[in-house]
Design a protein. Structure first.
Lengths: 431, 305, 276
């Protein structure tokens, strides 16, 4: 008796609920769903874009949905695209991760949209699928991968920004002698361990200009290319010299940001988007943090590895393609840049034509901009030149950076990992 | 059954009748509602996924590649390490849960002060989400600022880097797993202990049995169904467990605390869907090879008794 | 009996429990009332300033009261799936234990183990759900939780049906009880302790489930409680104070369930003892 009553109540409840969750009686308003990752600075960007866009387009409402980042997020994006359940508009990485999404079948082709004229050409290849069509627009500013450093420590010890790896290690030696942490590593968030390898790509390309193409074709390997192995060697060097913070194995990205901002450590190998995090939590320390590219062997060839930002795409299954394109066009306009700057401040150069950075950019961004202003001082990270990125890199670089595995061994192991990925993608020359 | 009837004879006829009656009182259609839900939402997709274990599958398209995924999976560089870790983890966690769970259940069903409080706190970790437990213990086990090592430092011991030293990481996670899961084992044992008829103990007391004899001759044998349940559940849980490992170490540092389930999950995360499905088939066979004989052995004894 | 022993053993157990169980809990509580910056160090110390109310309000208000929606969804999900799990699981466990000579027994046992061991295949499951119109619906997710939780329930029920004397069945059968009456009026009431166990364990598991809602019930209005943790924790930045406050808040419903049923366990136990 009691049982059947509960059950009936439940049925009624579920019935009520399904009514409640049905589409609200829409008059002329169109609601666009918009899936973004849960990084707070990105959510802030999305909220700002939503607010600015809705103010301009009263007939369209944007509904933000968040998802986890990292590998879990990759799976959600793929699952929802493959099952036809994607939101109208979504944000996701450009480059090799985008290449795994089978864009021609799952996304709207944006090649012929008028707003393409606003986008800087260097961005377009990283959102172009194998069919040669363009599917996304840049949602954030470009980033550099290099070393954030504490300017106070540099001033105190009279150090200068290093142009070669040897100079960098000499600086570290002095910092260590002064009783400070020279290099911050935060392997508690494993992804942070990859910077010495991935951020070293400018130097790889400077030494072996054809590396990206040969690597994609299966002809160039990390283990047999000294310039490519140098990235692993750098991780090993700083560990062996005892430059790391004591808790490098457990520290998290947020700890690394705190340490470099407050001077608990001198160098933090990181992407420049971390500047947004410093601005959020350690605004008073923002002037103390500078930035330089990971140095190579030759001071004359000193340049920066650049990361393209995530892009916004439109799902092929959207019921409102016109409204979705309107929103994407807004993102790819100077108004979009303004909305972003208002949310997070300036973290790097925008990839939309006509977008100006505010005059008072943070010190680290000021250090970043000169690399972009001159030809030949930047190279895209490998993941934007090749569809192959081995999934186990972060574990391997943790092992190298913690002294569990040697650089040579790690490079060889990573080559195996890369091979698996290439075979999975069905690329020619890997069987 | 028709054979039995043609064989004739009163006895056979009676057996048939009893069988039929038993069938009527314990009808097979009781399986049906569960079977429909389970069959449609679990078996059907699982069988479909078996096909995909033979393909290179990007979710968008699948190319048949025969057994190549299985070959690749067995070539995974950390598979052997993961296999050993899986067995260690499964045995350590289920062993500790059986022993500690039984002791706690005996304690919490005996006449002591603070019993209600103790029952509540022992079970409390079961209620907290794995993610929450993982984050809290990662902080508590921090090598320099973590509370555990700070406490040890007060008595002059330099605690290890629980989660970042390759020698300790797996065991540290296993201990937290026991901490989180032992409440469940305790409850199962408690239910078992109180269902033991009190007259056994009465009779034993008249015979002048000691507490130890009581335990050995009455409690332990009669707790067998509970023990079987705890062993099976926690061993299966331990062998395929990875959510706590993932929340605490992600198989690290490097690959040192990887178990098979986390190796598979990483393939899945990397987008190697066919490969991860093949890995699941391998894991299923492995766990079945351990659990099926074990559960047959344990259940046979139960029937004999 | 021996009151000294009673105090000694109980006292020792309480003392140990403070360190083993209360300290981690205290850590969560203390972190939950700190401000963002001092929580970020994740150290076990007394908060320099108290933000209990601020953090509480902020957690509840985040993203348009997402937590409230989540509580409603998770509660419906949990109650409905656990009810089904108890009834369906007990029916299977009952027949499985009582009628081992049925030709289905072997197969059912195999499926029970398979259900415990095999991780679900996400994408094919979505295809199946889509074809039945179950995807992105709460009742679809309820059925998913039932399908995934059945094996565990059956295993528990089977083990405890074995402790009910068969003579009870036979008496009821002689009285003319059909299978439904036998099961619902004779057996199920006697299974009370294990029913309570299943309710507690499964409701905790389902309430705390996070992978299945993530994949099978996407959408902003469909959020369940575990997904709210993502509001404060991401790859790049975590607000530990709000995260732990959120963890505390979503632990309250399972705690209530447990405290409520804890008495039932004790009641069921006494009933069993008297009967024995």
């Amino acid at each position: 008796m009691a049982l059947s009553m509960t059950r009936r109540a439940l049925l009624a409840a579920t019935a009520l609920l399904s009514v409640g969750f049905g589409p609200a009686f829409a008059q002329d308003t169109v609601t666009l769903t918009y899936l973004v990752d849960d990084n707070p600075t990105n959510v802030a960007t999305s909220e700002a874009l939503k607010a600015a866009f809705e103010a301009e387009n009263p007939g369209i409402k944007i509904e933000i949905e968040t998802r986890p980042g990292g590998g879990e997020g990759d799976n959600i994006i793929k699952t929802r695209l493959a099952t036809g359940e994607m939101t109208d508009v979504f944000r996701y990485n450009a480059g090799s991760l985008f290449q795994a999404l089978n864009a021609p079948q799952t996304m709207l082709d944006l090649t012929d949209e008028p707003f393409q004229a606003n986008i800087i050409d260097s961005f377009k290849p990283v959102v172009t699928a194998t069919d040669g069509r363009i599917y996304g627009v840049p949602e954030e500013a470009a980033m550099g991968g290099g070393i954030l450093y504490n300017k106070k420590i540099y001033a105190e010890l009279g150090l200068t920004v290093p142009k070669t790896w040897a100079e960098f290690m000499a600086n570290n030696e002095k910092i260590k002698a002064a009783g400070k942490t020279a290099v911050i590593q935060t392997f508690g968030d494993t992804w942070t361990s990859q910077l010495f390898v991935l951020g070293d790509f400018f130097n790889v390309q400077a030494a072996v200009p054809t590396f990206a193409a040969d690597y994609t074709a299966g002809k160039a390997k990390y283990a047999s290319t000294p310039a490519a192995m140098a990235g692993f060697q750098k991780g090993e060097d700083v560990f062996k010299a005892g430059f790391l913070n004591e808790d490098f194995g457990s520290a998290l990205f947020a700890d690394g940001v705190r340490m470099v901002a407050t001077g608990e450590g001198a160098h933090y190998p990181m992407l420049t988007f971390a500047i947004g995090g410093i601005a959020q939590d350690y605004a008073e320390n923002l002037p103390d943090v500078g930035f330089f590219a990971i140095p190579g062997d030759d001071a004359a060839k000193n340049g920066l590895t650049v990361w393209m930002p995530a892009a916004t795409y439109i799902s092929k299954t959207t019921a409102h393609p016109e409204e979705a394109k309107k929103f994407v066009a807004f993102i790819a306009s100077t108004k979009g840049c303004d909305a972003r700057s208002s949310a997070n401040g300036a973290t790097g150069p925008y990839l939309i034509k006509g977008c100006e950075l505010p005059a008072d950019v943070p010190a680290a961004v000021a250090d970043l901009l000169p690399y972009f202003q001159q030809d030949g001082l930047t190279a895209p990270a490998l993941e934007f030149l090749s569809p192959i990125k081995g999934p186990a890199l972060e574990q391997i670089t943790v092992e190298v950076g913690s002294g569990i595995r040697s650089a040579a061994d790690a490079a060889a192991l990573y080559d195996e990992d890369v091979k698996k990925q290439a075979q999975q993608l069905g690329l020619p020359g890997w069987d | 059954m028709s054979d039995a009837i043609t064989a004739g004879g009163v006895t056979a006829g009676r057996t048939v009748a009893r069988r039929a009656r038993r069938g009527a009182s314990y009808p097979n259609w009781f399986y049906l509602p569960a079977a429909i839900v389970f069959g449609v939402l679990f078996l059907l997709p699982t069988i479909a996924s078996l096909f995909f274990s033979l393909t290179r599958w990007t979710l968008f398209e699948a190319n048949f590649i025969g057994l190549a995924n299985f070959i690749q999976f067995f070539r995974e560089p950390f598979l052997v390490q993961g296999l050993i870790n899986t067995l260690i983890y499964g045995v350590v966690t289920s062993g500790l849960k059986v022993i500690i769970g039984m002791l706690l259940a005996l304690l919490l069903t005996s006449d002591i002060i603070g019993r209600g409080y103790l029952r509540a706190v022992v079970f409390f970790p079961v209620l907290v989400s794995t993610v929450g437990v993982g984050i809290a213990f990662v902080a508590l086990m921090h090598p320099t600022q973590g509370m555990i090592n700070e406490t040890l430092a007060m008595v002059g011991i330099k605690g290890p880097a629980w989660l970042t030293d390759p020698r300790f990481a797996l065991y540290s996670v296993a201990l937290v797993d026991v901490w989180k899961g032992v409440g469940l084992a305790t409850v199962i044992y408690m239910a078992g202990i109180v269902s033991i008829p009190q007259d056994y103990f009465e009779a034993a007391r008249i015979d002048g049995a000691t507490a130890w004899q009581n335990f050995w001759a009455i409690t332990l044998p009669l707790l067998k169904p509970a023990t079987v349940t705890v062993i099976i559940l926690s061993l299966i849980g331990g062998l395929r467990s990875f959510d706590l490992i993932w929340a605490m170490t992600r198989g690290g540092p490097g690959f040192t605390s990887d178990v098979i389930a986390s190796v598979i999950y990483k393939q899945y995360q990397a987008g190697f869907y066919g490969l991860s499905t093949a890995g699941n088939v391998v894991l299923f066979v492995l766990v079945a090879l351990i659990i099926v004989p074990l559960s047959m052995f344990l259940n046979r004894n139960e029937v004999e008794r | 009996m021996n009151s000294l022993r009673r105090y000694l053993v109980g006292g020792t157990a309480i003392f140990v429990s403070v360190f083993v169980f209360l300290v981690p809990f205290a850590f969560i509580v203390l972190t939950a009332v700190k401000d963002r910056k001092s929580a970020a160090t994740r150290s076990f110390d007394w908060p320099t300033s108290w933000h209990l109310w601020d953090n509480l309000v902020q957690v509840i208000q985040t993203r348009d009261y997402m937590l409230v929606t989540a509580f409603v969804n998770s509660t419906i999900l949990t109650v409905a799936s656990v009810t089904l799990l108890v009834v369906l699981g007990a029916m299977v466990g009952f027949v499985l234990q009582r009628n081992p000579s049925s030709r289905w027994t072997g197969l059912v046992n195999f499926f029970v183990l398979a259900g415990l061991i095999i991780p679900p295949a996400v994408v094919p499951t979505i295809w199946v759900m889509q074809s039945f119109g179950l995807f992105k619906t709460l009742h679809g997710l309820i059925l998913i939780e039932v399908a995934y939780g059945l094996s565990f329930s059956v295993l528990l029920f089977r083990a405890f049906v074995a402790t009910i004397p068969k003579e009870l069945d036979e008496a009821a059968i002689i009285d003319g009880a059909g299978p439904l009456r036998l099961f619902f009026q004779v057996i199920l009431p006697l299974l009370k302790p294990v029913v309570v166990t299943v309710i507690v364990v499964q409701s905790v598991a389902i309430f705390n489930d996070f992978t299945n809602p993530l994949y099978y019930l996407p959408g902003k209005d469909n959020v369940t409680v575990q997904l709210t943790l993502y509001n404060f924790q991401s790859q790049f930045s975590t607000s530990y104070n709000l995260l732990f406050m959120n963890i505390l808040l979503i632990t309250i419903p399972p705690l209530i369930v447990y405290l409520f049923f804890n008495r039932q366990i004790v009641a069921g136990m006494t009933a069993g003892a008297v009967k024995g």
